[in-house]
Write a protein that binds this ligand. Structure first.
Ligand SMILES: Cc1cc2nc3c(=O)[nH]c(=O)nc-3n(C[C@H](O)[C@H](O)[C@H](O)COP(=O)(O)OP(=O)(O)OC[C@H]3O[C@@H](n4cnc5c(N)ncnc54)[C@H](O)[C@@H]3O)c2cc1C
Ligand SMILES: Cc1cc2nc3c(=O)[nH]c(=O)nc-3n(C[C@H](O)[C@H](O)[C@H](O)COP(=O)(O)O)c2cc1C
Ligand code: SF4
Length: 412
């Protein structure tokens, strides 16, 4: 039908047919999510081109990879490729492709953070991995103003926030040292990219890691920095980007749990074919539950409030809950865990009735709290200009981490 309509447009004099589908309420048919296939709408162009021989035909929709774009043109599926979020995440996508620097492209994760623009009260366009979006008059990735006061910066923590701070600081001409507790960069973004359908987060994380390397930023691994270490480095500015730690509620037997973060840190060692209870049904709890369900475990999620995955973007929330339901997970909202014992969890439901579930393991995903909240003031009291960013300020998300890094470093 769409191709026939396109033909009518061509007959009426259209020079260009732009093939898109859906509108805001059709969600991933109009703007694809993390779980949607890449380039899944290119075939519309091929269909239209069978009927339209004069007009040029354009296609759009999660086309992130220049090779995919080139193939669509070469196959004759389209005459023109359109990118929307593709260019929000990296406005230099086309230029980098033209220059043969495709591996430097920061590929959109399809996380849909940018659609928060349409929420009541929102002002600026935003992008989780490109903090320059909406601030292009101040700076862009390749036009970062040099600081008038170059400083010696120590950045503690190599998650996405710390890496973003290091990247902008280096471009501003500061002397940058980034220290990381583990033997790799990435922080919680590595865990966030582990559940099913989240590999675009790993790809984006790798862009930050590669960019740190491209800029030749001084990184030291396996440094568990404390206040003495930070002082001993003698920085003009300390940027504390060490993230957050899991927070456990005072439930009897809670020490028997495994933290969701530990499960996702070592995915190959995660249980398979077991009976598992997940405590906490936020994004971390639900996505860890989904990951475990995909490994053939039988899952129950116990959530205190009436809503699961409440902090996740709507399309992704619906998708995770659909995947869990499809795999027979018991999704228990308005339920409060009472005790974790040998092979069981007891809980009270919303009506006050007590229940017991038998299980092989209990996974705790009941939230996290910022690490070392007092360090920033202690450093300032000692005369070091210090700032905290990302999850170290409050439990947040990737956009909050990159955005706070931008705000801090652009002011130095
Ligand atoms: C399962 C899961 C799913 C998620 N899903 C999403 C999502 O879909 N979208 C989204 O936007 N966000 C998501 N998040 C949240 C997002 O990953 C975090 O908000 C973000 O990664 C925080 O970045 P950060 O740099 O502030 O901290 P972190 O990523 O936690 O990085 C902190 C780094 O500091 C290091 N460190 C700690 N202490 C020290 C020390 N003393 N010295 C040196 N280094 C230290 C750590 O090893 C770590 O590498 C998810 C998180 C999880 C766990
Ligand atoms: C902020 C934003 C606003 C959009 N508004 C519209 C719109 O009004 N009408 C429409 O048909 N598509 C709209 N789109 C969808 C895009 O045109 C495009 O089809 C979709 O985002 C997929 O391409 P991408 O993966 O490159 O973003 C919008 C996309 C974004 C990111
Ligand atoms: S906010 Fe997410 S979906 Fe939107 S452009 Fe950035 S990476 Fe892509």
């Amino acid at each position: 039908m769409g191709a026939e309509i396109a033909k009518l447009c061509e007959d009426a004099g259209a020079d260009l047919i732009s093939c898109t589908t859906g509108f805001s309420v059709t969600k991933d048919q109009c703007f694809e999510a993390e779980f949607s296939p890449e380039g899944g709408r290119i075939f519309f162009g091929a269909e239209v081109k069978k009927l339209c021989k004069k007009a040029k035909v354009a296609v759009v929709g999660k086309i992130r990879d220049p090779q995919m774009a080139e193939a669509a043109l070469a196959n004759g599926d389209a005459d023109l490729i359109i990118g929307s979020r593709t260019h929000l995440a990296d406005p230099y996508w086309t230029l980098k492709t033209q220059m043969g620097r495709e591996d430097e492209i920061r590929k959109c994760m399809s996380c849909l953070e940018c659609f928060k623009l349409f929420r009541p009260g929102a002002h600026n366009m935003r992008c989780a991995i490109n903090p320059f979006v909406g601030y292009e008059l101040t700076a862009t990735e390749h036009n970062v103003p040099i600081s008038g006061h170059p400083k010696k910066l120590l950045i503690v923590g190599g998650g996405v926030g710390g890496m973003q701070a290091a990247i902008i600081a280096k471009k501003r001409g500061h002397e940058v040292k980034l220290v990381e507790k583990t033997d790799k960069l990435g922080g919680h973004m590595r865990l966030a990219g582990t559940p099913p359908y989240k590999d675009s987060l790993i790809r984006a994380m790798n862009w930050f890691i590669d960019e740190v390397e491209r800029l030749n930023i001084d990184v030291e691994y396996n440094i568990d920095a404390d206040l003495d270490y930070i002082r001993s480095c003698g920085p003009d500015v300390a940027i504390l980007a060490f993230g957050a730690e899991p927070a456990r509620p005072p439930i009897k037997g809670i020490e028997r749990c495994i933290d969701a973060w530990d499960i996702l840190s070592e995915p190959k060692k995660a249980p398979a074919g077991k009976e598992i209870v997940v405590l906490g049904g936020g994004t971390v709890g639900c996505e860890t539950a989904e990951f475990l369900a995909f490994r053939g475990n039988r899952i129950s999620v116990i959530e205190l409030t009436g809503e699961l995955c409440r902090d996740q973007e709507q399309q992704h929330k619906e998708h995770v809950l659909m995947e869990l339901s499809k795999r027979g997970a018991a999704l228990l909202t308005s339920c409060a865990a009472q005790e974790i014992g040998e092979g069981f969890v007891s809980f009270i439901d919303g009506a006050g009735k007590m229940h017991t579930i038998k299980c092989d393991a209990v996974v705790c995903a009941t939230g996290q709290r910022p690490l070392h909240p007092d360090w920033v003031n202690e450093l300032r009291a000692g005369g070091i200009d210090a700032y905290t960013l990302g999850d170290a300020t409050m439990t947040g998300d990737i956009r909050r981490a990159t955005r706070s890094a931008f705000d801090i470093v652009m002011a130095l």
